[in-house]
Ligand binder design. Structure first.
Ligand code: ZN
Length: 297
């Protein structure tokens, strides 16, 4: 994705990792033969038809406004403990901080870190391991966390059935609270003159999107309301990743409806390649599609 300019606000994508994920695992109860009809616009960036896999990018957005430098979502991180199906992510050493440096940003410059939600792939770089302790990666930043997600994470960490997610909470969220760098929100919130954080619950109990409105151009960072552009063609498809599946589907359907044929640039948390684009209706089909923004290529 090329840097996106919204007046004097600049948004860039910082990649942590890209990997395919079997579509049958992402959408276990849906008819995947329907994906074929979207091949022309899902290839080459969003779907691997040979492997029958969605292509998941794990990236952050760095937003520079005249007033603040803001990081949205912090991906997977290095040296973290992962269990179960996420074990392959554990102990990894990715070049995320080098990728951040490549766009001219040091960790000291970040004023705000905003996690759209508190899943392990959105909080990883909140902290890094230094001398055996997890410390905030961004020493000056206020970290904006959702109260609902925080409450849910604490509950899950207590329950043996769901405690497998606890390491991410303990390693990537609790150290921020202990360092008194957390700002807890439970409603709409203005992050900056140009940026509004909007409740879009369902994927998690306290998921938020981030709206950009500056210089006559509008955009939205949609977090995990959409994992793949398939969710634009089929907003009713249930993903394995969403916690309250009915609510997540309703939130997705409402968002897709409200963005269809609008001049609003989406920047989702997991779309690969040029990443930024718009939702457009298609002649002769009730199905909407994702159209990569020319200014992203
Ligand atoms: Zn995610």
């Amino acid at each position: 994705m090329k840097p996106q300019l919204f007046g004097d606000v600049k948004i860039e994508k910082i990649i942590d990792m890209v990997e395919p994920f079997a579509a049958a695992r992402a959408y276990p109860s849906e008819d995947l033969s329907l994906v074929e009809q979207h091949r022309s616009w899902l290839e080459p960036h969003f779907y691997d038809f040979k492997a029958q896999a969605i292509i998941l990018s794990f990236h952050s957005y760095i937003i520079r406004t005249p007033y603040h430098t803001i990081l949205i979502d912090t991906c997977i991180g290095n040296h973290k403990s992962f269990g179960g199906m996420l074990e392959k992510w554990g102990k990894r050493e990715g070049p995320f901080l080098d990728n951040l440096a490549a766009v001219g940003v040091t960790p000291q410059e970040i004023d705000y870190v905003m996690c759209t939600h508190l899943h392990a792939d959105h909080v990883g770089w909140n902290t890094q391991l230094k001398d055996g302790r997890w410390v905030p990666t961004f020493p000056r930043a206020k970290y904006v966390f959702s109260k609902n997600d925080l409450d849910a994470s604490r509950e899950r960490a207590k329950d043996a059935q769901t405690a497998y997610i606890a390491p991410s909470f303990q390693e990537s969220v609790l150290p921020i609270i202990e360092a008194q760098q957390a700002e807890i929100i439970d409603t709409e919130f203005a992050l900056d003159d140009a940026l509004t954080v909007l409740p879009t619950h369902g994927h998690t109990p306290g998921h938020y999107c981030v709206q950009v409105d500056s210089g006559g151009r509008k955009g939205i960072l949609t977090g995990d309301v959409l994992h793949s552009p398939i969710g634009i063609a089929h907003p009713e498809w249930t993903t394995t990743f969403c916690e309250d599946k009915a609510k997540a589907n309703a939130t997705r359907a409402t968002l897709v409806d409200s963005l269809t044929d609008q001049d609003i640039t989406l920047m989702p948390a997991h779309f690969d390649g040029p990443t930024a684009g718009r939702i457009v209706s298609q002649k002769g089909s009730e199905r909407r599609r994702f159209q990569v923004a020319p200014e992203a290529l």
